[in-house]
Design a protein around this ligand. Structure first.
Ligand SMILES: Cc1cc2nc3c(=O)[nH]c(=O)nc-3n(C[C@H](O)[C@H](O)[C@H](O)COP(=O)(O)O)c2cc1C
Length: 256
């Protein structure tokens, strides 16, 4: 069983490829009601993007809402639990956050991997998508890395194989809590004069947080900062205040 989240497709690609290699089913978290989950299979995997050197809060919420019965079945069967996070560069102490959320449900996390993928974070000054050369080399390296991870998962390896990066502790312990508290202000999302009302943003939002009003998008308050709406727009017609005015766009081009 693999649960995953993805905004711009990197983690979706990783989850689908792992599911394919491991003959497992990958379930998209926003489309999965945790309270209706029953455990089946021999493994429990999580695939998700790193957000501000930590775990997307919706992953923790999902795990907290899994039924007691589900967790007992995982424990009873001695199921192997693993994670593969995707990140532009560094994961810092993200795995420890997932381990903590799982440990609260008495599930030990055994296998831990990160996959470097093109960066999609553009909201703060100094952060932008990768240039085309870097993007290309990351995308070329990804399939082999994912296949190696699949083999290690199949062997039920206990390991931590991630890029933590410099000052990892500071980033995860000091910056991540700030992101959790102030990382996103849904009201800053807006459409620009380039918006052609194509609805791509509304259709793509994994949280169903965008509706069209008078031919343009209107954001609700359930934004999880995945940036799918910004990156999918064919005319660069979605903006976050003025922060994204001269930033690039990225959608994972790799297909299952
Ligand atoms: C809100 C946000 C925060 C991010 N923080 C980090 C980070 O701390 N470290 C990093 O290497 N990449 C970071 N990224 C980049 C993503 O983790 C990376 O591009 C990921 O592969 C995107 O996955 P997706 O396409 O499945 O949404 C961040 C992206 C977003 C949207």
């Amino acid at each position: 069983m693999i649960f995953f989240f993805s905004g711009t497709g990197n983690s979706r690609f990783v989850a689908n490829r792992l599911a394919d290699r491991l003959c497992e089913q990958a379930s998209f978290i926003p489309e999965t009601d945790p309270e209706k989950c029953s455990f089946s299979g021999s493994m429990l995997g999580f695939v998700f993007p790193v957000y501000s050197w930590g775990i997307p809060p919706l992953i923790e919420e999902f795990i907290a809402r899994l039924p007691e019965e589900f967790c007992k079945d995982v424990q009873k069967s001695g199921t192997y639990a693993w994670m593969a996070c995707t990140c532009g560069d560094e994961a810092a102490f993200t795995p420890e956050m997932l381990a903590k959320a799982l440990s609260a449900r008495n599930i030990p996390l055994k296998g831990i991997w990160s996959v470097i993928m093109p960066n999609n974070y553009v909201l703060l000054p100094g952060f932008n998508v990768d240039n085309k050369e870097v993007e290309k080399s990351k995308l070329e390296a990804a399939p082999a890395r994912i296949d190696a991870i699949a083999e290690a998962i199949a062997r039920k390896e206990t390991c931590i194989d991630i890029v933590r990066g410099k000052h990892a502790s500071f980033k995860s312990k000091m910056v991540y809590p700030l992101f959790k508290r102030w990382g996103i202000f849904p009201r800053r999302w807006r459409w620009t004069p380039e918006c052609i009302g194509c609805e791509q943003c509304a259709v793509t939002c994994p949280m169903g947080n965008i509706r069209m009003q008078n031919g343009h998008p209107l954001w609700g308050d359930r934004c999880v900062s995945c940036l799918a709406c910004y990156h999918i727009c064919p005319t660069h017609g979605v903006a976050y205040g003025n922060a994204t005015r001269i930033k690039g766009q990225y959608i994972c081009p790799l297909k299952k």
